[in-house]
Design a protein around this ligand. Structure first.
Ligand code: GLU
Length: 291
């Protein structure tokens, strides 16, 4: 029998809070119940915000919570060449392009559109505007000049070309709380031409998460509901790159007192703060609604 493989994959750009605790504990509980393995993956591709100190603090918080995982942990920053190789493969398939618009130019193009048309610019499931496309904003000559001058660009997935190449409706398997697996229809077109790499970060969350889940043989991706829609993009990349499809479980989020998703800046739900106030791991389980 193949043992199920679970992973908790935090980004060390702040301290762990109750939302992370729920995710980590659910992974650990499910791995234990299934007789499976538990891995930790450090998603530290953002070299400006992730630090070794925050990583060490995160691992200490997880150990305090009672998590036991296999060593060594995989650190994404040590594998940039794997992501570059995948980008080369996607480039060879003709599903990548260089987008030269800066964040400011995108913002301006969106504002101009909304003023002109009086309707909101199309947005992705996270509420960010879709990429307008260089040709919609810049003169052809300007695009040529930027390319010639090796101006910074983002490598974007040409979603239309990718979906045409796959030419099949995409789905994923979602494991419900009742233990049943349902097929969910994926709608990746809603994300538009997502960024797969930037000059300052030569990969992206979408690309590295998909590659690492496959490389590490993850069978069960258990993560927050906030990443439910992103799974559509992950399925596209898995299909293009010929990677195995894990089962997904998108769990409820722990919400703050304002009813909003917790963020790392909300210090009062940081595990380290709760611990300093005398909380025990069992109190954390209770706080996140686990028995
Ligand atoms: N690194 C991501 C985060 O901290 C989680 C990625 C995932 O579980 O797919 O939000």
């Amino acid at each position: 029998m193949i043992r199920p493989v679970f992973r908790f994959a935090p980004s060390p750009n702040g301290r762990l809070h109750l939302g992370h605790a729920l995710s980590a504990l659910l992974n650990a509980d499910m791995a234990r119940q299934a007789g499976g393995r538990l891995l930790i993956r450090i998603e530290d591709i953002d070299r400006a915000r992730c630090t070794p100190e925050l990583e060490a603090a995160m691992l200490a918080d997880l150990a305090w919570l009672g998590l036991v995982w296999e060593e060594p942990v995989r650190r994404q920053s040590e594998h940039f060449s794997d992501y570059a190789a995948a980008l080369d493969r996607l480039e060879a398939m003709g599903v990548l392009y260089r987008g030269y618009l800066t964040r400011g130019e995108i913002r301006q193009a969106v504002a101009d559109f909304e003023t002109r048309e009086g309707t909101p610019f199309p947005r992705d499931p996270d509420g960010a505007p879709l990429y307008p496309g260089d040709a919609a904003v810049l003169a052809e000559q300007e695009i040529g000049m930027r390319a010639a001058a090796a101006a910074p660009f983002a490598l974007r997935l040409d979603m239309g070309a990718a979906l045409a190449r796959l030419a099949t409706p995409l789905t994923w398997r979602e494991l419900g709380e009742d233990g049943q697996i349902a097929r969910v229809a994926a709608d990746p077109a809603r994300w538009g031409d997502v960024v797969l790499a930037r000059k300052d970060t030569p990969t992206s969350y979408h690309l590295s998460v998909v590659l690492d889940d496959a490389l590490q043989g993850i069978t069960h991706v258990v993560r927050g509901r906030d990443l439910f829609e992103a799974t559509a993009v992950h399925r596209v990349l898995q299909m293009l790159l010929g990677l195995d499809e894990p089962v997904y479980r998108h769990h409820r989020l722990v919400l703050g007192e304002d009813g909003r998703k917790l963020s790392k800046s909300q210090g009062d739900t940081a595990l380290s703060v709760l611990r300093a106030q005398g909380a025990e791991p069992k109190d954390i389980r209770a706080l996140v609604g686990l028995a």
